[in-house]
Design a protein around this ligand. Structure first.
Ligand SMILES: Nc1ncnc2c1ncn2[C@@H]1O[C@H](COP(=O)(O)OP(=O)(O)O)[C@@H](O)[C@H]1O
Ligand SMILES: Cc1ncc(COP(=O)(O)O)c(C=O)c1O
Length: 315
């Protein structure tokens, strides 16, 4: 009996290799992705690209990057060759060293070519609010990766989308042009989610799947949070790659679920972080993920947001 139950558990446990930063304190990178994914039933193998004391958003941090040789040795020799692990998905986030980015991009590309069922989710972490926070060489490295590999989902923010397509996004028209340009430049990328855009129309999130472009207006919370992009891409991966035997939702369905859950997490984080003298807008350095664990297992309803949010066609 016990053996049967173990076998069932093994079959239905999804496995992801998450290649992102590690912060000792706080919740960005792998610290923002691992707990939510584990809580939703994933085995998470976390390959840390850097080890920092905290997110650089604090204004100060200490730590180091792991070098390309060590990262590739762990991935290629350790995980792929010796352990022969077959992942359901690879989630790739902050990889600041250009050599690491190129080499890890190649290694994951080979894994993906060997296993057509592997879902590669790529967050091209380049910068935000008009500024690059990695070297310009990383932009070319991401362009190469996106051009040459079968990628299931890419999750740039507005600035990253502009940088990867060369199209400045100011309104819905230029958003559409940018997404069309992305599809032309990177036809092997299956799904696109532009996680956040500040347009004349307000704060929006956009997606494209099978040529269909849609967007939703998202209620903006008057605060700046670190780690939301990492949490967001992890939750999207979870929604898009259900356990074996379950039908995956459409990108639109997955996106609405994730926007709704992230909204609850950010509101609770804000509520738990504010002290009585704080004046909005505030900067919140650390998501309150542990205090949101009940939300992560699906015991939530976001009636207010769910009643008002909808996807609008842009084609
Ligand atoms: N201030 C905010 N108000 C409401 N939602 C937010 C806010 N900041 C982030 N989010 C949510 O988190 C998601 C990812 O955030 P984003 O800022 O795009 O990530 P990144 O860190 O990659 O730039 C957005 O799509 C949105 O749903
Ligand atoms: C060390 C480090 N710097 C910058 C970023 C990007 O931060 P954000 O998602 O808040 O834009 C990340 C995200 O993982 C990170 O880990």
């Amino acid at each position: 009996m016990v053996f049967n139950r173990d076998a069932m558990t093994r079959i239905s446990t999804r496995k992801v290799l998450s290649i992102q930063s590690h912060v000792v304190h706080g919740y960005v990178g792998n610290k923002a992705a691992t707990f939510p994914l584990q809580y939703q039933g994933w085995d998470v193998d976390a390959l840390n690209t850097v080890q920092f004391s905290n997110h650089p958003g604090y204004g100060h941090f200490t730590g180091f990057r792991y070098d390309a040789g060590h990262l590739c040795e762990i991935l290629e020799q350790g995980l792929a060759k010796s352990l022969e692990i077959q992942y359901d998905a690879v989630l790739m986030g902050y990889l600041p060293g250009v050599e690491s980015l190129r080499k890890i991009g190649e290694a994951v590309g080979e894994m993906s070519a060997r296993d057509p069922d592997l879902k590669w989710v790529l967050d091209p972490v380049l910068g935000d609010n008009g500024k690059l926070y990695v070297s310009g060489e990383n932009v070319d490295a991401y362009k190469q990766i996106l051009r040459h590999n079968k990628i299931h989902l890419v999750t740039p923010n507005q600035f990253e989308m502009e940088t990867l397509t060369g199209v400045k996004i100011q309104d819905l028209e230029s958003l559409k042009s940018s997404i069309e340009q992305f599809q032309k430049l990177y036809p092997r990328v299956n799904k696109i989610v532009v996680t956040s855009l500040e347009l004349k129309n307000g704060y929006i999130c956009a997606c494209c799947d099978g040529g269909k472009i849609q967007y939703a207006s998202v209620p903006r919370i008057n605060a700046h949070f670190s780690g939301t992009g990492d949490l967001f891409s992890a939750l999207l991966l979870n929604a898009l790659v259900p356990p074996a035997g379950q039908t995956p939702p459409t990108l639109a369905q997955a996106l609405l679920l994730v926007i709704s859950l992230v909204d609850l997490i950010l509101r609770r984080t804000l509520e738990l972080s504010l002290s009585k003298d704080d004046v909005l807008p505030v900067t919140i350095n650390d998501l309150k993920l542990i205090q949101c664990r009940d939300l992560l297992v699906g015991k939530h309803q976001n009636k207010e947001l769910d009643a008002q949010i909808r996807l609008v066609d842009l084609n």
